[in-house]
Write a protein that binds this ligand. Structure first.
Ligand code: NAP
Length: 550
């Protein structure tokens, strides 16, 4: 690498899990590196999403780094699904344990990034208009970090408090005895509602589309703590009887199961079709998964994601559960989705449906009674005025591309990323886009990303990027760019594999449907994590085939 004291080897944007691991790798590679983070601390999505009830719905023993066996060994998760405060504590522990903080500029936002072709560096500008030069740039900016704040008429006139689940305040929000309205019923609302109901006087849930959710069955993790058991079982994931020590004893084979899977998670697998078993057997399998809890429900049979008839058997099972759990049949009906299960990301909850049996909750169906406007006192729908003390927007994110577009990224020949991607995010392997040399995205569109266990996907991407940088150093190269052909083929392949997948069968943020004017393409790569990794490895083995190196 050409050494120039005024030019960083690498700038990493973001200090969430992707940014922290990138920084760790950069320091290990002795690069002159700086990480820039708009928040005042590390954690990314877990820094911002601190709404009541926020927790991860991937098992904590899997939603954690594996790059350091010491870290993996010493960290003790307390619950099957970690809470947001515990995950944030873990991110802070990682930053301290690996001495990463001194290379992070907090409270700093990158506003633009321009590739200076003749000098072969990126020129970044922060919010203070300071300039930063760097050879390489890693966008560790997260997939769900730009808020979707719908432009409700007169929202600014509301005199009460307004919060968004995706940027919840750091102080405790007092909802005691307040009248609260929550807009949206996606994963965030599904976690938030059963928590805040305990405090509020009255909760109005404004629902546009009902969401499928399955019970988490969260519980404290079991520790042997010195007690002996005769044999350490081989963990398969989502086994509520396992002791933490059993997972740690077999951590490498446990992690390998995730590596070889579709979703980068060790899940109990059933290779049967839902359609090849008897009705009794099918109900038994669904019931078993429902009782054990969590995302393995959608892997109850191998064809739920591809075969609509098979999918309908699972959807029907959940619809019947809603009917049995929600006492008011009208409310149950409104909570019942009519699209394939798993199209919008399956939510995982603790007592979501049961919460609707409480006396202090009302469900408003925005399909028949849409929001007309806000006023100083609350929200008016076409039929009624709701006086509210607090409004919670649980309206999601401008996913995957929103945060990249918030930075004015300009590549070769004055091409802006926003313009290049105006018909959808085109890139190669979700790692790099033609026209934007030496700039990598971690878990960006075009990679399995949000369809997987994110930490595993992040580690794979970051490892690939640093192997690539090392290869360039060893081969005297200082310029890498995805070729147009390679990215066209990858984009085409991504769209083809998504056609028959259940994920593309309804309007969701995966296809940009939640943001007005956004191009409608299936953004994450749905062909499966292990296949994707195979492809990435093949590319690097073949001297970065599909990339132009100079
Ligand atoms: P989301 O899934 O996009 O849900 C947003 C909700 O707001 C939807 O119900 C949507 O209705 C509604 N909405 C949006 N605009 C609206 C408008 N103008 N009027 C009325 N309703 C509107 O967002 P999210 O719940 O924040 O979840 C986003 C993603 O974050 C999840 O899919 C997941 O990947 C991640 N997440 C993960 C966890 C976890 O690990 N446990 C927890 C929370 C979030 P429509 O459906 O009709 O658009």
């Amino acid at each position: 690498m050409i050494k120039d004291k005024n030019i960083y080897d690498l700038v990493i944007i973001g200090a969430g899990f992707a940014g922290l691991y990138s920084l760790y790798k950069a320091k290990l590679a002795n690069l002159n590196v700086i990480t820039i983070e708009r928040a005042s601390n590390v954690g990314g999505t877990w820094y911002w999403n601190r709404y009541p009830g926020a927790r991860c719905d991937v098992e904590s023993m899997q939603y954690s780094y594996q790059f350091s066996s010491e870290l993996q060994e010493e960290w003790e998760w307390t619950e099957k699904y970690a809470t947001q405060p515990e995950i944030l504590k873990y991110a802070n522990h990682v930053a301290d344990r690996f001495n990463l903080r001194k290379n992070i500029n907090f409270n700093t936002e990158i506003k633009s990034a321009k590739f200076i072709t003749d000098k072969n560096y990126w020129l970044l500008t922060n919010h203070k208009k300071e300039l930063i030069k760097t050879r390489f740039c890693i966008m560790a900016t997260g997939c769900l970090s730009t808020l979707n704040k719908p432009n409700f008429k007169n929202i600014e006139s509301f005199k009460g408090e307004i919060y968004h689940t995706g940027s919840w305040p750091h102080h405790k929000v007092n909802l005691k005895n307040k009248i609260v309205g929550i807009i949206g019923t996606g994963s965030s609302a599904i976690q938030c509602i059963p928590e805040i109901i305990k405090d509020v006087k009255q909760l109005y849930v404004f629902q546009r589309t009902p969401h499928y959710t399955v019970p988490a069955r969260n519980a404290p993790l079991k520790y042997l703590k010195g007690k002996n058991i005769s044999n350490m079982r081989e963990p398969i994931g989502y086994d509520n009887d396992l002791f933490v020590e059993e997972v740690k004893y077999n951590y490498s084979s446990f992690r390998l199961k995730a590596q070889n899977s579709v979703a980068a998670m060790a899940l109990p697998i059933n290779n049967q079709s839902a359609l090849e078993v008897s009705e009794d057997r099918r109900q038994h399998v669904f019931e078993d998964r429902w009782n054990k809890g969590g995302v393995p429900f959608i892997a109850a049979f191998e064809d739920l994601n591809f075969n609509r008839e098979a999918n309908e058997t699972a959807a029907k099972f959940v619809r019947n559960k809603i009917k049995s759990l929600v006492k008011d049949s009208n409310v149950a009906k409104l909570l019942t989705p009519n699209y394939p299960i798993g199209c919008k990301r399956l939510a995982v909850d603790s007592n979501y449906y049961e919460t609707y049996n409480r006396s202090n909750i009302s469900l408003i169906d925005l399909k028949t009674d849409p929001i007309k406007e806000f006023s100083k006192d609350g929200i008016s729908t076409s039929k009624k005025c709701f006086e509210l003390d607090v409004v919670i927007l649980a309206t999601g994110f401008d996913a995957m591309t929103g945060t990249l577009f918030n930075i004015d990224i300009e590549g070769k020949d004055n091409i802006k990323l926003k313009d290049k991607w105006s018909n959808g995010p085109k890139n190669y392997l979700g790692l790099a886009s033609s026209g934007f040399p030496n700039l990598f995205t971690v878990s960006g569109p075009g990679s399995p990303s949000v369809l997987t266990n994110m930490i595993v996907s992040i580690e794979q991407h970051v490892n690939w990027i640093f192997d690539c940088i090392k290869y360039m150093q060893n081969n005297d190269k200082s310029f890498i760019e995805a070729s147009l052909n390679a990215e066209d083929d990858w984009f085409k392949h991504n769209q083809e594999v998504s056609i028959d997948h259940v994920r593309s069968s309804c309007s969701s943020w995966y296809i940009g449907a939640n943001i007005k004017g956004k191009a409608k393409n299936f953004m994450p790569y749905v062909g499966g994590y292990s296949k994707y990794v195979e492809k990435c490895n093949e590319v690097s083995k073949n001297d970065y085939e599909g990339f132009i190196l100079k």
